[in-house]
Design a protein around this ligand. Sequence first.
Ligand code: SF4
Length: 401
Amino acid sequence: GQCITHCPVGALKERDDTSKLWEAIASEDKVVVVQVAPAVRTSWGEEIGLEIKEATVNKIFDALKKIGVDYVFDTAYSADLTIMEEANEFLDRFNNNELDERPMFTSCCPGWLRFIKGQFPHLVPQLSTAKSPMQMFGSVMKTYFAEKIGKKPENIYSVAVMPCLAKKGESEMELFYEEYAGHDTDCVITTRELVRMLRAAHINSNTLEDIEPDKLFEKSSGAGVIFGATGGVMEAALRTAYYTIMGENCSPDAFEVVRAESQDTGVSEASFNLNGVELRVAAVNGLGNARKLIEEIERGEKKYDFVEVMACPGGCVGGGGQPIHDGDELAFERGKNLYFLDKKSELRYSHENEDVKSLYENYFDKPNSHKAHMLLHTDHNSWEMPRSPKRDRNGYVINGF
Ligand code: SF4
């Protein structure tokens, strides 16, 4: 167990889940399927002495395969899937005048979910019902992917490498699918835990090669990659909302105004007129900034249609599971790296991801379909983030974070 006190969303002890993952890798009847979140690629190299250009997500895939993982995927893929669900949900709710009084809020940050449920419970209905990319990917692994590889959901061990401690709590959200009752995500390990595992397995970073994620969910867009930086979810959603409203693509950087330029402001806001439709949006990072913004909305001083909230300063790149350097706040530097990766990506729009399109063609039919609702959305009142950690007799956290 570890005792590390560094989490912007107030998790005081870090639960160590590496032994759970080692056990699953050693188990004969588990197919271990791992997804890696966008923010992890910006920071894991800091710990093992790889330059930022060298420390690609593709080398993480190679390292995971070398320690015995069966399948590797990029959470940026399911971020594209989240955008399809969430942008369409937003436009539906907007067109049905459900957002006349108050905005829709993003729902992919569990630190934010716990905050809004505790502090502003009357706003819970304003949350998007979309699960986070982590949970959506887990759900797809247990269902469509399990079917495709001829396995049962219970034989799939779904793992997420995340920059975040609160994601350990989020993974307790339940999944019911035909005969199966369990979880979308079985195990969450942080960037720091990943690095510890690679060290324990004596993986030499100089021998790692760039390998592609496995088939079925191989492609991901730059829009999915910027999910890891504050403003990124909003920007990705706007690229797809624009396409849906206008019938053509915007320039990929048309909405860069929602990116955070510095740590000081905490909020970026903008309004756009698309074919006579006025959209007002904001992206906020840090829960103190979120509280201020909500109070302004509640007093009627601010009016938005769609608001992105990330609990950690700078977004997930500044998450509590990332490498720690005393006195250095690297979140905004890491965020710039994600925008650089987006810029050089061939695919910049979630709705153009061929592997997402084929998932709809073969399985979900269309965004917000009945099946999509069953597997990719949640009722935020039906589950709770663990409030206080349970500890075992040695004082290690065994439940939540
Ligand atoms: Fe986790 Fe990202 Fe939210 Fe921080 S901003 S609590 S890292 S999901």
